[in-house]
Structures are given as C-alpha cells and as structure tokens.
Design a protein. Structure first.
Ligand SMILES: Cc1c2[nH]c(c1CCC(=O)O)Cc1[nH]c(c(CCC(=O)O)c1C)Cc1[nH]c(c(CCC(=O)O)c1C)Cc1[nH]c(c(C)c1CCC(=O)O)C2
Length: 358
C-alpha cells in the first residue's frame, strides 16, 4: 500500500477539512464532482492586486513577510475560484535561508553571487532547519485558517533545477557548467544533488507540518537531459525527496518543462501525480507514465492570448485527452505568463468546472 492509498493522512495537522476537496480526490485518483483546476504561477504579475501589494518590496523580502505571503497566496483563490492555493514563495528561498548569497533579479530570475562548482563550495550548503524559515511556518498557519476547505500546495525546487542555478550562478539556456560537473566529476555531482535533496526534503517537511495538503516538486529545467542521464544522475536525488515525505500521506506532484521523454522516470522517482507540459497530449502522457498515477496539465499558457472561442476549443481538447485518466488535475503546461489577461484565467476555471461537472 503506498502512502497515498492510506485512508487518512496520519499527522493531518494538514487540514482534515481539505481531505474531500476535488483537488485531493483527483490526486488520489478518486471520483470527483468536477475536474479541479489550479495554475502554476497563479499568484504574481498577471494580477493588478499583486503588483499593488508588491510595490517597492523586493521578491525575496516579500517571501519573508507572512502577512504579505498570505494575502498574495489568497488573491488568485478569491479572484479565479481555483480549487487549490499554491504557497507564495520561490524555489531559492531555502538556499537563501541557509546563507547562500543570492537574489532574484526582476525579469531575470535567481542570481547566485558565488557559483557552487568545487568540493569546498559544497561545504557552504548546510542543513535547513525549521528555525531557518519561521516565516514559512507562520504564513502557512495563517493561510490554512483562511483557506478552510481549499487545499494549500507547498512546493520546492528539485535537486537538478536548484543545482542548475547554483552551478551556473543564474538562469541558463544550455546548462553548460552544470553538465560539465555532472559528466566531469560524477561523485561531486552526486554529493551535490544528495545535499540538495536533504535541503529540499527539510523545506517540504516544514510546509507539510505547518499545514500544506499536497506538495509539488518543480524540476523545471530537467527536460535538458536525456533519459539515461536522468536515471543515472538525477533520479536518485529526486527519489530521496519523495521518500522523505512519503509517510505524511499527502499527494506528491512532480513537474518539469520539456520532459516528454522523462515522464515515466519522473513517475518512477516517486510522484503520485505527474505534471505534463503542453508538448505531449495527456492520453499519450498516461501511456508513458503507466497506471497508478494521476496527471496534471496541460494547456499551453500562450493559448490564453487567443480568442475566447480558441481558448475553449483548446481546453476541450485537453479535457478530451484526459477522459480515460485515473485522475486529472487541470493546469497549464507551465506557469501563467506575466501579461496574461486575468479574466481569461477566471473564465478558464469556470469553463473546466462547467464542462466536467457530473
Ligand atoms: C524555475 C522557478 C523559479 N521559481 C519557481 C520555479 C519553478 C516554476 C517554473 O518552472 O516556473 C517557483 C515559483 N516562484 C514563484 C512561485 C509562486 C507561487 C505560484 O505559482 O503562484 C513559484 C511556484 C513566485 C515568483 N518567483 C519569481 C516571481 C516574479 C518576481 C516578481 O513578481 O517580482 C514570482 C511571482 C521570480 C523568479 N524565480 C524563478 C524565476 C525563473 C523567476 C522569474 C524571473 C522574472 O521573470 O522576473 C525561479
């Protein structure tokens, strides 16, 4: 029996009242009253109310203010009536919390002052404890009170994607330093990923213990790897993260971009729900992932810039491909693009709910 099949999460401080939500039911592959919907990056620049409260506050600082985090996390739930909230934070927050000198530059992304490329650099990655991120525990406590029956999704960056930022020193198209380390010094690479798996596991545990009802592990850039390299050099670390949180019984979602060839392995790593970008239709994704897993996805976020009719037609295509799935959580194939019309997102939620209502 896998952790997710257990009748009720054991230490469900994580909100027993969310247990019967459509989102958690779909993750558990149980029948749902309608297909649940949430959007990666649903909080953020597409919302005028977000831009207003963030004015003059740097991104990382905003992640450390529990009241602001609570407000920003709730904004898309209020506006769009999505079926789940995602905690407002960033994948580099735990790295910052253990003392890595980094910043999030607007329009660029995370930038690391001293890249991690040697064994001496690795020693800078110390363990994360709950005391390093008190603002996370505090914000989630506030949020679960406000959210009631709506589940909160906690998240973290997967070891490969975090390593890519640390080794490159910032965002990268080709991940050349990262791959140089992975192929050139496999032992140092394995040790780095293992260290990151421990930090990531600790960060997810903090969120679950504070009240998150599900977690998503973002391996956004792992689609840069071939399956054999993924299996050898990445999967053990990602599997370690999934194992570390298995006993909580909360659904574990795994997502990456351009991962069509990796979907089966990403499921095998230990996910209960596999996220799919828009490049592979969900029926084909289900064949690649195999039985016993739910899928999440997968409308191309750029489709939201087309006409209402076109958005509905493309959404219906996604829903048709999802018809026979054991469990489906509707989402975009990647994050909401910053210039998306928020009304298009609200209409999309309503459309999916109406079309799939039983
Ligand atoms: C790769 C990655 C990062 N961060 C994240 C990922 C994985 C998801 C993905 O694949 O997109 C995860 C993330 N980052 C943020 C969230 C918030 C929750 C949500 O989804 O609503 C989540 C889930 C807030 C954020 N994280 C960031 C913003 C934008 C900063 C701002 O609003 O000023 C937000 C809302 C900054 C960030 N942080 C990162 C990037 C690439 C950027 C964008 C840089 C830019 O275009 O300005 C690293």
């Amino acid at each position: 029996m896998s952790a997710i099949d257990r009748p009720q999460g054991q230490q469900t401080k994580h909100q027993p009242q969310t247990y019967d939500s459509a989102f958690l039911k779909a993750c558990r592959r149980e029948p749902v009253p309608h297909t649940p919907v949430w959007f990666m990056r649903q909080a953020g620049r597409s919302l005028p109310e977000y831009l207003k409260v963030r004015e003059g506050i740097p991104m990382l600082e905003s992640c450390m203010r529990p009241e602001l985090v609570t407000e920003i996390t709730l904004q898309p739930v209020r506006r769009h009536k999505v079926d789940a909230a995602i905690f407002f934070s960033d994948i580099v927050v735990p790295l910052k919390a253990i003392g890595i000198d980094l910043d999030i530059k607007p329009g660029v992304g995370p930038v690391v002052a001293g890249p991690v490329r040697t064994r001496a650099d690795l020693a800078r990655l110390r363990d994360l404890t709950p005391e390093d991120v008190p603002y996370v525990t505090e914000a989630i406590g506030m949020l679960t009170g406000e959210l009631g029956a709506t589940p909160l999704i906690g998240f973290a960056g997967a070891p490969f994607t975090l390593a890519s930022y640390l080794v490159e020193g910032g965002p990268s198209r080709n991940h050349e330093h990262t791959k140089a380390l992975m192929y050139g010094d496999p032992q140092l690479w394995a040790d780095l990923l293992d260290r990151l798996a421990e930090i990531t596991s600790a960060f997810l545990k903090v969120q679950i213990e504070a009240g998150a009802s599900a977690v998503q592990l973002f391996d956004s850039w792992v689609g840069a790897l071939a399956p054999a390299d993924y299996r050898r050099s990445v999967m053990p670390a990602s599997a370690k993260v999934f194992d570390a949180v298995a006993s909580y019984g909360v659904p574990r979602i795994h997502f990456g971009v351009g991962t069509g060839e990796l979907l089966g392995l990403m499921g095998e790593a230990g996910a209960d729900v596999v996220g799919v970008d828009w490049r592979v239709p969900l029926d084909e994704a289900a064949r690649r992932v195999g039985p016993g897993k739910a899928l999440q996805g997968n409308l191309d976020p750029a489709v939201l810039f087309s006409s209402r009719e076109a958005v509905e037609a493309k959404t219906d295509e996604v829903l048709a491909a999802a018809k026979g799935l054991e469990g489906h959580v509707f989402n975009l194939g990647h994050g909401v693009l910053p210039t998306t019309d928020p009304d298009a997102l609200t209409r999309l939620v309503e459309h999916v709910h109406t079309r799939t209502a039983v």
